[in-house]
Design a protein around this ligand. Structure first.
Ligand code: SF4
Ligand code: SF4
Ligand code: SF4
Length: 512
């Protein structure tokens, strides 16, 4: 990267008139020949001062940014021992190099996980190791200057924090954690990413990622109720802010508004209605997502999650269920107990949050729901394991439940199901290409390339088995695939939620 000024660093990349061509669909995922700098032009917009300040970060890049960044790096190395270990133990074996969808899709060697981490590691060596301080470049240590900071900004925003690389690293080095730490450092010196930080600001102010106020939520819910009644003749309700219900459902706000997300909301509502279980949504906890994780910021995560704790105290539900959202389930599963627990007011039989797939699957097993699979006979279905669910959580009480339960549930509501190739599913799944805060328009060409491995795997089963529906359990995956699929010549309706399928197959009114 040529010499760069502070102004250039914070200036957005020029808007392109035409989209870049996407890779051809062949059904095969090949390791590409490297093309140096191939992804260097994908740059997320930098957050404006007012966005940064709302979150308690400096409005713009501070004058003493280098000193401040190194100080913050030192604090993080002290606080997160894993980060310190990841800095020291990489043996450059290369096992991770071809495992990242952003390298496979863009061919840029800086998108190899080991190279991404090296951007952080060379600063670490320079300021935190004796060899680096004495021998400098010879010891792989580099001064933290503006050029390197610009590379940090570019390439740490080309990582969806999906953890695929860590699965293949013999030492378990988690580049997702390194990228979270890098983003936290950049925020602390006033260099935040617009999309993620604007959304966190909306949650602080209004309560959800989409910035939907209470009345807007109410309207959306009434619309869904009317649609279900028009479609089925049955008045299925979507209760809001009801006290002492059995279940509080916390779901991504996209479920209230976006398509195909809203079809899953219809599915959840039909499940509760038909099982006769009292439930409620909350206008306070109207967002399951937690973008604080994407910037590695514990305070932001806690502040966002606190709305759920408030709703639990206000509404006194017995159970807490989380809707279809990949990173939200990771935050719920891994962090809620520390952030907002303990959940001592919940029914001791269900002391932790449960995933909606686990809940619905159990109800079908218990015979509480009447299912007509033939309602989905127009579909040949496959399932995309959301990487946050696959590699950072579990579901149910058996190992591997996060892989098995969604598949069991799908097979209970459809007749035709087929998995994508084994090296692209379950713990080896590829990210959709937009997780970790990358779901933003200015990098849509990068997102399309990051989606390449999943699109190839999907294409292979479309060709061999006539698959025409890819079931998802992540709000970001749904938004990403409906945007990206048409770029690959695949109809956007090929992507939808598992509860979209459940809602179609559920026979309303057939049970007492
Ligand atoms: S965490 Fe995922 S996106 Fe990030 S470097 Fe590893 S494989 Fe790539
Ligand atoms: S697989 Fe692990 S040890 Fe090997 S190069 Fe990648 S991060 Fe380093
Ligand atoms: S959007 Fe979906 S696939 Fe992508 S990182 Fe999030 S959970 Fe994973």
């Amino acid at each position: 990267m040529a010499d760069i000024t502070k102004e250039q660093l914070i200036t957005s990349a020029p808007k392109k008139k035409e989209r870049e061509p996407v890779p051809k669909l062949t059904g095969k995922i090949k390791t590409p020949k490297i093309v140096t700098g191939a992804a260097s032009h994908y740059k997320c917009h930098v957050a404006k001062p007012e966005v940064q300040e709302k979150l308690g970060f400096p409005g713009e890049l501070v004058d003493n940014w280098q000193e401040a960044a190194i100080r913050r790096m030192g604090e993080l190395l002290e606080k997160y021992k894993s980060l310190q270990v990841y800095m020291d133990i990489c043996v450059r074996c290369g096992a991770c190099t071809d495992k990242c969808q952003f390298f496979l899709g863009t061919k840029d060697p800086k998108n190899m996980p080991v190279a991404r981490a090296e951007l952080f590691r060379k600063v670490y060596r320079r300021y935190f190791t004796r060899e680096g301080k004495i021998f400098g470049k010879v010891a792989g240590a580099v001064d933290f200057d503006l050029e390197l900071l610009a590379e940090w900004y570019t390439y740490f925003h080309q990582c969806s924090q999906c953890r695929r690389c860590s699965l293949y690293c013999p030492y378990g080095i988690d580049t997702a954690e390194i990228s979270m730490a890098a983003r936290e450092i950049m925020d602390s010196i006033g260099l935040g990413q617009k999309y993620v930080n604007e959304i966190i600001g909306k949650v602080y102010e209004i309560g959800n990622n989409l910035g939907m106020s209470g009345p807007a939520l109410q309207n959306a819910i009434e619309f869904v109720e009317e649609e279900i009644e028009e479609d089925t003749g049955i008045p299925v309700k979507l209760p809001m802010d009801v006290e002492d219900a059995e279940v509080l459902l916390v779901t991504p706000s996209a479920d209230f508004f976006a398509s195909p997300h809203i079809e899953s909301l219809v599915g959840y509502a039909k499940v509760f209605h038909q099982a006769g279980i009292s439930w409620t949504l909350s206008s306070t906890a109207s967002e399951a997502g937690n973008f604080g994780m994407f910037i590695g910021n514990y305070n932001a995560m806690q502040k966002i999650a606190s709305r759920i704790k408030d709703a639990i105290y206000e509404l006194r539900p017995k159970r807490l269920i989380v809707g279809e959202c990949g990173h939200a389930w990771r935050v719920a599963y891994q962090f809620w107990n520390t952030l907002i627990g303990p959940f001592d007011t919940l029914n001791p039989k269900y002391p932790r949050p449960q995933h909606i797939c686990e809940f619905t699957n159990d109800l079908i097993d218990k015979g509480a729901l009447e299912i007509d699979k033939s309602a989905n006979d127009e579909f040949v279905v496959t399932f995309h394991d959301s990487c946050n669910v696959a590699r950072a959580t579990r579901m149910g009480d058996k190992p591997g439940g996060q892989f098995d339960i969604p598949r069991e549930l799908i097979k209970k509501v459809v007749n035709k199901y087929v998995d994508m190739p084994a090296e692209t599913i379950r713990e080896k799944t590829f990210c959709c290409g937009s997780g970790g805060g990358l779901l933003t328009d200015e990098i849509v060409d990068l997102r399309a390339k990051g989606a390449m491995p999943r699109m190839q795997a999907l294409h292979s089963v479309m060709e061999t088995h006539g698959v025409n529906f890819m079931a998802l359990i992540c709000a970001i995956c749904k938004a990403q695939f409906t945007k990206i699929m048409p770029m690959y010549g695949v109809p956007m309706e090929t992507a939808g939620g598992i509860h979209q399928l459940v809602g179609r197959a559920l026979v309303l009114g057939a049970k007492e």
